[in-house]
Write a protein that binds this ligand. Structure first.
Ligand SMILES: *[C@@H]1O[C@H](CO)[C@@H](O)[C@H](O)[C@H]1NC(C)=O
Ligand SMILES: [Mn+2]
Length: 483
């Protein structure tokens, strides 16, 4: 879990214990809204879907469970046709219409599958889940009680991880859901206020939502359900989260609602999810991120313009944003997610090359290790460099969150080898991490006046060196502002 680390394992254990007790004695109102549970799947094992259905029926009070809607995004497994229908029929004989099935006639991806489920639902609340889950006792009541109190909250339960091979359950403590500028999701600590109030059963505000979501059905409709223009997989959760926060709602994680989720070895849609993820991230950026949208390009090391990736038609979603009078993204950064670094000081990014040897790029070198090297250009993370307004040069990637630190190029003043040093730490110690640089010219250290250059060793290989400037020139791949 990527988090700034707020408490020790001992208090974590105690918190977990306390929380189990507190949740088990909670009393919820009798007149809760009804719930439609939507299960999305694509080539899931029949046994997995049966277990999900069984657990929902066993662990949701019958008076609250309006229906279960199965959304099949064009699976090819034969099992999921007749055999599944037979299983459903047994329940429907008892209670007609309890389980409904929606099948796509071609594959439409996760976002559209969720929308199909939402359209078919008739309960007051919708819970849109993966099919590889089992719900826990009293999973629904805390969610329904929260939505009854405030119809604008969009909720996530806490997932326990079930290992796909052994079915061993690993309990997760409640955490906020977050994302980085690639729009990949991750866990993060709640804000300090949540820990300070010492009741671990209280729902915590969260900047994002991982994908499983529970919301008032009509409210979700009012704010535009999900973006149909998102393809295949990835990013649709972040789109939803930003939209909810900017357009009048909020996201919470509800600790007393627990769902066991099978963490699969392979996601079903595609082996390499980074392509659809990138495309969807650019789409979210265009619609929602305003002046911060270039951060997605920076994170993926794409040029700001003409990246050649088709993000689909965004007109309708931009119109929705206007119609709903949603707040600017800056508000979200300042009020909801200040831990996300705005990157406003970055002025250039990408591979850094010396004009003498253009086949070679600066590379972070061995990890662990702190010696940057010259290496054949491959343009992946280890070669991503960033120049900021203060004169720092990060090498080997950039961190999205203010609680993480980058690695800065440094001239220590002795020897002739450059080094990488934790930027925050180097700043405190006054180390030489500030450089004068502009596109197509020298990289000169402000402390030592030496330049970062390349030179041939006795073995005739070129390497990075620090020396009296001889006029070598450097070029960085992408420039944000002329510098
Ligand atoms: C994009 O969608 C809008 C609204 O649905 C439509 O009017 C417009 O023609 C579309 N643009 C393109 C290029 O298809
Ligand atoms: Mn899943």
């Amino acid at each position: 879990m990527k988090s700034p680390g707020c408490f020790s394992p001992v208090s974590q254990f105690f918190r977990q214990f306390l929380f189990t007790v507190i949740c088990s004695v909670k009393i919820y109102p009798k007149d809760l809204p009804t719930i439609s549970v939507i299960l999305i799947y694509f080539n899931e094992a029949l046994s997995v879907i049966k277990r999900a259905i069984r657990s929902i029926i066993d662990k949701t009070p019958a008076r609250l469970l309006k229906e279960i809607i199965l959304v099949d995004d064009y699976s090819s497994n034969e099992d999921l046709k007749l055999a599944l229908d037979k299983y459903i029929d047994v329940f429907n004989k008892d209670k007609p219409g309890l389980i409904k099935k929606v099948r796509h006639e071609r594959q439409m991806g996760l976002a559209k599958a969720r929308i199909s489920g939402w359209k078919a639902a008739t309960g007051q609340v919708v819970a849109i889940l993966d099919a590889h889950i089992e719900v826990n006792l009293e999973w629904a009541e805390p969610l329904l009680a929260r939505i009854k109190a405030d119809r604008t909250v969009v909720l996530s339960p806490v997932f326990d991880n079930v290992r796909f091979d052994t079915l061993e359950v690993i309990e997760y403590i409640a955490s906020a859901h977050a994302f980085d500028w690639n729009l990949w999701c991750m866990y993060e600590s709640f804000r300090p206020e949540w820990y300070n109030n010492n009741d671990p059963s209280v729902p915590g505000k969260s900047p994002s939502i991982m994908g499983i979501l529970v919301a008032d059905r009509q409210f979700l409709g009012e704010i535009g359900v999900l973006d149909e223009g998102m393809t295949i997989y990835g990013g649709e959760n972040v789109e939803l989260a930003i939209r909810v926060w900017l357009c009048g709602g909020s996201i919470e994680v509800v600790p007393c609602s627990k769902i066991a989720h099978i963490e699969r070895e392979h996601k079903p849609y595609s082996r390499d999810l980074s392509k659809p993820m990138l495309r969807n991230a650019l789409r979210v950026a265009e619609i929602w991120l305003d002046e911060y949208k270039s951060n997605v390009n920076i994170a993926w090391n794409l040029p700001l313009q003409n990246h050649g990736i088709d993000i689909g038609n965004v007109t309708e979603r931009k119109m929705l944003r206007e119609k709903l009078k949603c707040k600017p993204f800056k508000w979200y950064l300042e009020n909801v997610y200040p831990l996300l670094n705005s990157w406003e000081d970055i002025i250039a990014y990408g591979a850094l090359k010396n004009n003498i040897k253009e086949k070679y790029c600066i590379d972070q070198g061995e990890v662990p290790g702190s010696v940057p090297i010259l290496y054949e250009c491959h343009y992946y993370d280890p070669q991503h460099c960033y120049y900021n307004r203060n004169g720092e040069i990060y090498i080997g990637g950039i961190k999205s969150h203010t609680y993480n630190s980058n690695r800065c190029l440094m001239d220590s003043g002795s020897g002739n080898t450059p080094a990488l040093h934790d930027c925050k730490n180097a700043k405190e110690k006054g180390l030489g991490i500030y450089w004068d640089f502009s596109q197509g010219s020298a990289i000169r250290n402000r402390n030592t006046n030496r330049c970062l250059e390349i030179g041939q060793g006795e073995d005739s290989y070129y390497r990075l060196i620090l020396q009296t400037c001889t006029g070598q020139k450097w070029t960085i791949q992408h420039v944000i502002k002329d510098f």
